[in-house]
Design a protein around this ligand. Structure first.
Ligand SMILES: NC(=O)c1ccc[n+]([C@@H]2O[C@H](COP(=O)([O-])OP(=O)(O)OC[C@H]3O[C@@H](n4cnc5c(N)ncnc54)[C@H](OP(=O)(O)O)[C@@H]3O)[C@@H](O)[C@H]2O)c1
Length: 327
């Protein structure tokens, strides 16, 4: 089969489009013919090998696993002998290792069935970004109807889901993004969208119950004054993908430690979220798409052989939303 692989850490040019052996499903795995995959910031981190500390787990000098891509949607080709929920021919979406390929193996527990109203590219855009947005707002942010929510970094994949999910639960949403994405985010039904170059939204008029920070740039100290008395900053992003320097890492670590200490001592909290892709949340997100409450924010499509261009688009930040790869 054809797949996108990498043999070294590097930028998008490190990606190769090669003939590789098809994966073989284990007893609890599902072999999926990939109809669409989507690109996540996590794929860029894996490709670049940054932050450097992650190389302790992924390979110090070169990546131990050449496969890349996680989000996918497609059709079941074969199932392991212990798989009960799926059978060949089912349309599914979720996460797998090596989704940028014609075929990929996923654990049964990382997939959900695709409702007929969902397209393959729409479904492939959902798993990581949709789950991160849902769990960040609902579980870490405790967002409820009427709460004031500020989404920092609304233009990216997670942000484009987050503004819609916050609206779907009845929150009062304000978004900040780069100038290129302001109109697209406004078209998702968010009334107040600010260009991030223009500074803090409503800096004098604090009172956000939840600030969902996807840029990871600002730090708790800078956001603290925008929170309501028991408000929460939910941090999902880890900051830029720039080259690590000792000074930069120390400042970053110091900012996080300072934020956690201040959060521990006060009523306003800093909470980190780490998304897990689960079938029940995928089902919920798919139902919202079926109901018209949630629109998969697909902004660009590339062929499998053009995965490097898709990665360039993600790293450039101007495309925004979700970038999809079509085998
Ligand atoms: N914790 C988890 O489980 C989890 C899961 C998925 C993703 N993440 C993290 O969440 C972040 C967003 O992921 P994604 O998939 O949405 O990535 P993406 O589609 O590549 O979007 C990039 C994001 O970074 C923001 N950004 C880039 N440069 C910035 C700057 N100079 N100042 C402020 N914001 C900046 C963008 O904000 P604009 O709207 O202003 O362009 C946008 O929100 C990434 O850091 C990713 O690693 C965490």
């Amino acid at each position: 089969m054809k797949a996108v692989v990498r043999h070294a850490y590097g930028g998008p040019e490190a990606l190769r489009f090669e003939e590789v052996p098809a994966p073989t499903p284990g007893p609890r795995d599902v072999l999926v013919r990939v109809r669409a995959a989507s690109v996540n910031a996590m794929d860029a981190h894996m490709l670049l090998g940054r932050p450097a500390v992650a190389r302790l787990f992924t390979g110090l000098v070169r990546p131990r696993d050449g496969r890349i891509g996680v989000d996918l949607a497609g059709e079941v080709v074969a199932v392991g002998e212990e798989v009960r929920r799926f059978r060949p021919g089912d349309a599914v979406f979720g996460v797998a290792r090596g989704a940028f390929a014609e075929l990929a193996c996923a654990a049964e527990g990382k997939l959900a069935r695709m409702p007929p109203a969902l397209s393959f590219d729409g479904a492939a855009s959902i798993p990581v970004a949709g789950s991160t947005a849902l769990q960040g707002l609902r579980d870490a942010g405790r967002v409820a109807p009427g709460r004031k929510v500020l989404v920092l970094g609304a233009g990216g994949g997670v942000g484009s889901f987050a503004v819609q999910i916050a609206r779907a639960v009845g929150a009062d949403v304000t978004a900040v993004t780069r100038a290129e994405h302001v109109e697209r985010i406004r078209a998702l039904g968010v009334r107040e969208v600010f260009d991030r170059a223009a500074g803090d939204p409503a800096a004098g008029d604090a009172g956000y119950d939840c600030i969902f920070d996807l840029g990871g740039i600002r730090g708790f100290g800078a956001l603290h004054g925008l929170l309501a008395a028991e408000g929460r900053v939910v941090a999902a992003g880890v900051g830029g993908l720039g080259r690590p320097t000792l000074g930069g890492m120390t400042a970053w670590g110091g900012r996080i430690a300072g934020g956690l200490l201040r959060s521990r001592l006060g009523r306003r909290k800093l909470v980190f979220t780490m998304a897990a892709v689960r079938p029940d949340d995928l089902d919920l997100l798919a139902r919202w798409v079926e109901a018209g409450t949630l629109r998969p924010p697909v902004t660009a499509r590339f062929p499998l052989a053009g995965a490097a261009d898709a990665m360039h688009a993600l790293l450039g930040g101007r495309t925004g939303g979700k970038i999809v790869i079509l085998p």
